[in-house]
Design a protein around this ligand. Structure first.
Ligand code: CUA
Length: 153
């Protein structure tokens, strides 16, 4: 008798888990990060949008601005950029050489920049101030000097 109850409970729990996974995957659109756009690391300087790093206003998208960064040993381009307070910004970045990190301290922006791939994140800068961007992947002797600054005004 008890076996039967436990069996039903077991199958019931399994069904609940599968339903939760199914709903989150297909209805909410939760997917593991994949299908990153690719780029030839040798041609970063001549490929849009990386030929003109910096902040750009965009129309007709879910975000108001696109902020493009190029990382290379041991700096970011641009080295400093101003972003309007409250702007919804898509940060787009790539690396020209080795793997670099891209973490904007005090924000939820934290990406890995891999040569050959384009990393993107959409964020809203809700607080004014200076937000230091640091490299959090060890990339060589100049790793600790690699930084940029987002100034939200
Ligand atoms: Cu770039 Cu560490």
């Amino acid at each position: 008798k008890f076996e039967k109850i436990w069996l039903i409970f077991g199958f019931g729990a399994l069904l609940v888990f599968l339903t939760v996974i199914g709903v989150s995957a297909f209805y909410l659109g939760n997917q593991p990060p994949s299908c990153l756009a690719t780029i030839d690391p040798e041609k970063v300087d001549t490929t849009a949008p990386f030929d003109k790093p910096g902040l750009k206003k965009v129309e007709g998208k879910e975000w108001d601005y696109e902020l493009v960064f190029v990382a290379s040993a041991f700096s970011y381009s641009p080295a400093r950029v101003e972003v309007p307070l409250g702007a919804k910004v898509k940060v787009i970045a790539t690396s020209k050489d080795v793997m670099h990190g891209f973490q904007a301290a005090g924000t939820n922006v934290n990406m890995m920049l891999e040569p050959g791939y384009i990393s993107e994140v959409v964020t809203t800068f809700k607080n004014p101030g200076e937000f230091l961007i640091v490299c959090n992947e060890y990339c060589g002797v100049g790793h600790h000097m690699m930084h940029s600054m987002i100034e939200v005004v």
